[in-house]
Design a protein. Structure first.
Ligand code: ADP
Ligand code: TMP
Ligand code: ASP
Length: 223
């Protein structure tokens, strides 16, 4: 039985609660849906449950394929237990096909298939609209070390390969996605480990039907 303790954070779409285990958190997926860094908000009935189940499936799949994830288990329809991490203030975006801010920022034509996956980093700061940053910013401000970024890059590209294949198998193109990482939370240990955190769902990925290119993700809400 998982005890739901104090609320420790309420983000735009999920809430985190303490549990009886200080290294584990209860992640509650709410129906709240946000776009443009919180500028557009609405509650979509059942979205929390869908994202929780979608994410659990993906985290299990990645875990089974050797990726360290924070996911422990599903607790209720819209709640999962996760390892508590020290989150890096960096969002990692992978792009396979040009759309979204890549198109608006650099004028790359919508739908261009990229020769190889493009990795981008953003500083996680809603007030600044999560600005695009370089690895040098990450090192300068100590948001992650070179060693950690090497692990993150390799893991992120592996996740892209695994998920692109998984979605292709069901007739869906993985166009792009955003992931976040944290470090294992252990004040006493001198070694920390980089772990995939947060969520992978239609809120954080662009997914297009292979045949019709119909959008199957949060872009339907954004637009
Ligand atoms: P946001 O903070 O962008 O509004 P959410 O509403 O999805 O996003 O809130 C989830 C928050 O929990 C995010 O800030 C995310 O960085 C953080 N988080 C995700 N996984 C973990 C974890 N395992 N341990 C601690 N914090 C986490
Ligand atoms: P973008 O084209 O708007 O930069 O988005 C790239 C991908 O990252 C897309 O799949 C949506 C996802 N994303 C998030 O999940 N959260 C964010 O804050 C942003 C900016 C993008
Ligand atoms: N994830 C951000 C938000 O929740 C930005 C976006 O998805 O458009 O507002």
């Amino acid at each position: 039985m998982i005890e739901k303790g104090n609320l420790i954070s309420e983000g735009k779409a999920k809430s985190l609660y303490e549990t009886q285990n200080q290294n584990e958190l209860l992640m509650v997926y709410r129906d709240d849906t946000s776009a443009f860094d919180g500028k557009k908000k609405e509650a979509l009935k059942g979205k929390g449950e869908i994202n929780n189940k979608f994410n659990a499936h993906i985290m299990n799949y990645l875990g089974a394929n050797g990726i360290d994830t924070h996911y422990i288990k599903t607790v209720t329809d819209n709640e999962s237990l996760v390892h508590k991490l020290d989150m890096l203030p960096v969002e990692c975006v992978v792009r396979n096909i040009a759309t979204g801010s890549l198109t608006s920022r650099l004028g790359i034509p919508e739908g261009t298939v990229l020769e190889k996956p493009l990795l981008e980093y953003c500083y996680k700061k809603d007030e600044l609209n999560d600005p695009l940053i370089s690895k040098e910013h990450i090192y300068s401000f100590g948001w992650a070390s070179k060693k950690e970024i090497k692990i993150i890059d390799e893991t992120t590209l592996r996740i892209n390969d695994l998920l692109s294949g998984m979605f292709r198998g069901i007739g869906i193109k993985l166009v792009d996605f955003k992931i976040e990482y944290g470090k294992t939370w252990n004040k006493d240990s001198e070694e920390s480990e980089i772990v995939l955190a947060d969520e992978i769902s239609p809120d954080t990925c662009r997914l297009w039907d292979v045949k019709t290119e119909k959008k199957l993700d949060k872009d339907r809400f954004r637009k």
